[in-house]
Ligand binder design. Sequence first.
Ligand code: SAM
Length: 217
Amino acid sequence: MNHATSYDIKRERMVEEQLIPRGINDPLVLEAMRTVPRHLFVEDAMAARAYDDHPLPIGAAQTISQPYIVALMTQALGLKGGERVLEIGTGSGYQAAVLSRICDRVYTIERIDSLLGRARRVFDKLHYHNIVSRIDDGTIGWPDEAPFDGILVTAGGPKIPEPLLAQLADPGRLVIPVGDQAVQELQLVEKKDGELTVHPLEYVRFVSLIGTHGWDS
Ligand code: SAM
């Protein structure tokens, strides 16, 4: 069995055993999770564990999220295809890659140079050309490209950053972990007819959202 085949089998098993039994049922999300080669988004030494049911370190004290959490956050955006989505916290680039298989264009912001550099190399290698990325404080969003149909924040903050709410389209959905630096509640914020509604999803543990509208460090 060659490597590609063994990764394909692991990826299919991840979908069948970790995602579907936990309620991931959106065909677009399942197809994206079946397609994106997660093992390319981690260091070679971690590749064999890339499809396991937990987060993994990606360097710079950051992590690639558990596959189920990536699928859950993507599903919560309720994407139909063709949207423009903003992600805060590129990290390994895996979440942006999953979004890029569903959306028209993904804008992603990371604050750590080395992580974004590696993620960009993987996007290029996979020819995922509809991902636009930059180094910045993502808590202030990407005003020049707003509004966004969906916004995903993949680091935990003390509150929902105001600029992101302002840059959300109407209708639009934003998903963010909110809480302290140990445990957060994953929240889905829906904007519709000018009203915001917050739906709690589940408790999660994310690394910290650091920036003007996040934590100081
Ligand atoms: N989405 C990533 C993936 O698929 O690998 C996982 C992200 S990791 C859990 C959180 C990331 O958020 C880290 O890479 C961290 O550097 C980044 N981050 C934290 N605060 C940020 C901010 N204000 N702006 C942009 N990125 C930030």
